[in-house]
Write a protein that binds this ligand. Sequence first.
Ligand code: HEC
Length: 389
Amino acid sequence: MIHPFKGPLVTQTLRGLSENEPFHWRGDRPDLESFNDTFEDLMGGKRLSEPGMKLFKRFLLSLEFSANPNLTLMGSLPEMIAGGDPRRGFDLYKNHKFFEGFKCGSCHSRPSGGNKAVLDAGSFLLSQPFKIPHLRNLYKKTDFDQSPGAESFSGFGLAPDGSFDTMSHYLSQPFFGNIRDDESIKIDLNAYLLCFDTGTAPAVGHTVTISPGIRDLEGRLMRIQILQEQAELRGIDLVGLGVISGRRQGLIYWPKTARYHFDNSNQEPLTLEGLIHFAEQGSGITLMGVPPGSGLRMGIDRNQDGIPNGNSGFPEVRIQRTGGKVLLQWSASALSYRLEQSSVFFQPLWLPIPDPPELNGNNFQVEFPISDSDMMFRLVSNGLILGAR
Ligand code: HEC
């Protein structure tokens, strides 16, 4: 039963809603669609149509948390924060039983720290039913100060009603059993929670500029290498922008080739070494980590039409016979395309080529032994299809 007198509750963030139902502190809204009533009941407007709600939902789900600035660039826990050891805090969070066999992670179990479960009023000393909330924005809830005479930068702090100013006070509630009087445990748990991963890698939004005569090149190279690693490990995208040969050029780091690919087919993809050399000749390049999946748009293909910004036409597949083999080549800037093949002429059965293409100069290429049967090839990107036979 949900009691109608819920009392004051802090407005929750609209970020990170994906997979976070049911919504609100008490879990009283099963899904985003159920908020359609709010347009009428609370805002005095009209409900959205079904397609309108779909669009609105897509927009809401796209709002993600930015990276937690307390994590290192690699996404690991720092050694010390707010006087505590976040690594010990993490260990306590996962393993320390503080009340009837419960650990923090028993309830705050999903990557977000949340859980879809709603606990009953009365259980775990709760005054009303509460959903187990995510913990991704705790580091932003530190500006509330209730001490006498304090200048508080926020009107509320932790817990559904925002009444706790510090983690230490929050964790001193009777429910927190054997840790509520242990200051050292509370300090380390606080340190860990201040670093809680928001789901966005800290490398997202991080920029490094290389320009002629730059000082501290080594430090910058180290950070670029971390960005490249994060592109492999966490799937962030790494893009760049610079004026090279008098022209504004975009680029993207492609982990599969370990090269920087440019937005025009004349420019050969470069290794990091080659890129530094290039940046030092021209007016410099700024690299930036960007959210997974946004790199092609932000780096080389602004309008996402499959044609990189600096090119004028669709990439073409060139096919030629060399010895007993067939050689297929296409531009190395056509990163949003993949090559498919079929040996069936009528009603072709298109299959991706098994091996990744090789990089040769400013082209991708694949070689096939010549066969007796027909072979057809095509490049496919976002529904655009370009073929060769
Ligand atoms: C039995 C399940 C359960 C366990 C175990 C649990 N929590 Fe929670 N937690 C909740 C619920 C439910 C809420 C929301 C209601 C409340 O705060 O009273 C909550 C809220 C919180 C909040 C406030 C979040 C905010 O945005 O204001 C923090 C911080 C928190 N928990 C930390 C912890 C830590 C640290 C531990 C381990 C020491 C822990 N919790 C163990 C269920 C649990």
